[in-house]
Design a protein around this ligand. Structure first.
Ligand SMILES: [Zn+2]
Length: 506
């Protein structure tokens, strides 16, 4: 039997408001436990929630960027369950009337670009955190996170593989980051993924029983967990067994999913409209106002990069997929413009440096023995988060320094091999190109006497090629230039080498 994999995803994205969803407490991560709380988010009697307008605006902004319709009438509901990190005994969420519905997002699937439908996105408050202290009997609770605003974004069951899920998550995360509504920092838990997965015999219309996986905080773990779950369910079904509707947790150390609880149904939560909150009405004028302030959308961004900087579709796609990387690229271009170069002159070189050379350097550093993932400085932050994740630690080459190096290359002051040597050295030592070139004696040789001497030696060793050139084989010139450059240790001025060689060969 061949099975088709059916996956839907829920993402909890923390909205980057200054204060919580229904009170004025702060939302900064990492403060002393319980210092960011008030009677309201502690669930004390006599308090009343007031909706945070900034959170509503961010939800609308996200919804518009995800091509959703925005509900004019919003209701908040109580979702009742008992847990130590939920002091009120219920979570305020949206049930029947979510703020955003019927959207879609484009992803790069295995067979090209395609749309994934967004069923809904709704506002809700987060719970606190239980902290289990090693070496003690008890657990403690930290309620700093209780009440921070979340947007829960739910897809239709449109995804068919682990790769597609990762492509969806990347696309969604970047969209939210670009619209300034979520930090997307998976390690801090402000972008949490919960895929649900079922199998059905190929060609069957009805869905199989689905299993949900809870709170996964890296693209790699999402991929691993889904691949594991596909294998597990295939085996259960092939052996004639039944899949149980349940929630499972990804166990990182064992590389497998394990049952957390049997899945509850919506009616288990006894949803009902929160009597403390009036229905929230959103006017069309306000939605239009938010729409007009949306940040550039991904497709527009890619087109602009191709037209303004002369980039290929591929480079534009890589740069546009990460806000931080794109900002870095644009800062470097600005620095190069100050040096008198145009966007078109430096765009391609800079894009290649950032999308290709930096990745190569990262791989090289990762492959070194004794490499410490957490404290090795690397040139760029998460150029490809799924692959490098936490290892991209801030951009250690300041834009001004990289711009200077690129300017030297574009102006022909340094050759390709020297550029690579200097770039690597810059990543490791944080010195400027000028300092490294000086210290390592990599200064370009433009002295005609020295270059001519090297040319003499090279021509003597390559008499056959010289003869071929004289017979009219022009392409031999490139080979000879290469040999001279090599013999000079990459230091000869390539322009001069070309000129002098041509002169010598008549
Ligand atoms: Zn509070």
């Amino acid at each position: 039997m061949i099975y088709e994999v059916v996956i839907g995803v829920e993402v909890h994205a923390q909205l980057r408001t200054k204060s919580k969803l229904f009170c004025g407490c702060g939302t900064v991560f990492g403060f002393t436990a319980n210092s960011q709380t008030c009677p309201l988010c502690l669930g004390l009697p006599g308090t009343l929630p007031v909706i945070n307008q900034a959170a509503v605006e961010m939800a609308v902004r996200a919804g518009l960027a995800l091509n959703c319709t925005i509900a004019a009438n919003n209701l908040f509901a109580r979702k009742n369950y008992f847990y130590p990190d939920l002091p009120k005994g219920y979570q305020i969420s949206q049930y029947e009337a979510p703020i955003c519905e019927h959207g879609w997002i484009e992803i790069a699937g295995s067979e090209g670009k395609r749309r994934v439908r967004i069923r809904r996105a709704h506002l809700e408050e987060d719970a606190g955190k239980s902290v289990h202290v090693a070496g003690t009997n008890g657990s403690r609770v930290d309620l700093n996170r209780a009440g921070t605003p979340l947007l829960e974004i739910v897809t239709e069951p449109d995804l068919r593989s682990a790769e597609e899920v990762v492509a969806y998550l990347k696309s969604l995360r970047e969209t939210l980051i670009y619209q300034d509504v979520c930090d997307g920092d998976m390690e801090k838990g402000n972008f949490r993924c919960e895929p649900n997965l079922s199998l059905r015999p190929l060609g069957q219309k009805e869905f199989g029983t689905k299993v949900e996986m809870k709170n996964i905080n890296s693209f790699k773990f999402v991929k691993d967990a889904i691949e594991y779950e596909i294998k597990r369910q295939t085996k259960v079904l092939s052996d004639g067994g039944k899949i149980l509707q349940e929630t499972r947790l990804w166990n990182l150390d064992r590389g497998e999913t394990a049952v957390m609880r049997s899945k509850e149904e919506a009616h288990d939560y006894r949803y009902f409209p929160d009597p403390d909150l009036v229905p929230l009405k959103i006017s069309k004028e306000w939605i239009d106002q938010v729409r007009s302030s949306l940040a550039e959308l991904p497709a527009d961004r890619r087109n602009r990069l191709q037209q303004e900087f002369g980039l290929s579709e591929y480079s534009a796609g890589v740069l546009a997929s990460d806000k931080k990387v794109l900002e870095y690229f644009e800062q470097c271009v600005t620095e190069d413009e100050k040096l008198g170069l145009s966007k078109m002159e430096v765009g391609k070189e800079l894009a290649n440096c950032i999308t290709i050379d930096f990745q190569g350097l990262t791989r090289k550093m990762l492959s070194r023995p004794g490499f410490e993932r957490s404290n090795t400085p690397l040139p760029l932050r998460h150029l490809d988060y799924s692959e490098y994740g936490e290892v991209w630690h801030g951009m250690i080459i300041p834009p001004k320094n990289l711009a200077e190096l690129i300017a030297k290359k574009v102006k022909g002051e340094i050759s390709g091999p020297i550029y690579k040597t200097v770039l690597e050295e810059m990543c490791e030592t944080h010195r400027t190109a000028e300092e490294i070139i000086e210290a390592k004696g990599l200064k370009q040789v433009s002295d005609e006497g020295i270059i001519e001497k090297i040319i003499d030696e090279v021509l003597e060793k390559n008499l056959d090629q010289v003869a071929q050139f004289k017979e009219g084989k022009q392409q031999v010139l490139g080979f000879l230039v290469g040999q001279v450059m090599k013999a000079s240790g990459g230091k000869a001025n390539p322009g001069k080498v070309n000129e002098l060689l041509k002169k010598r060969l008549g």
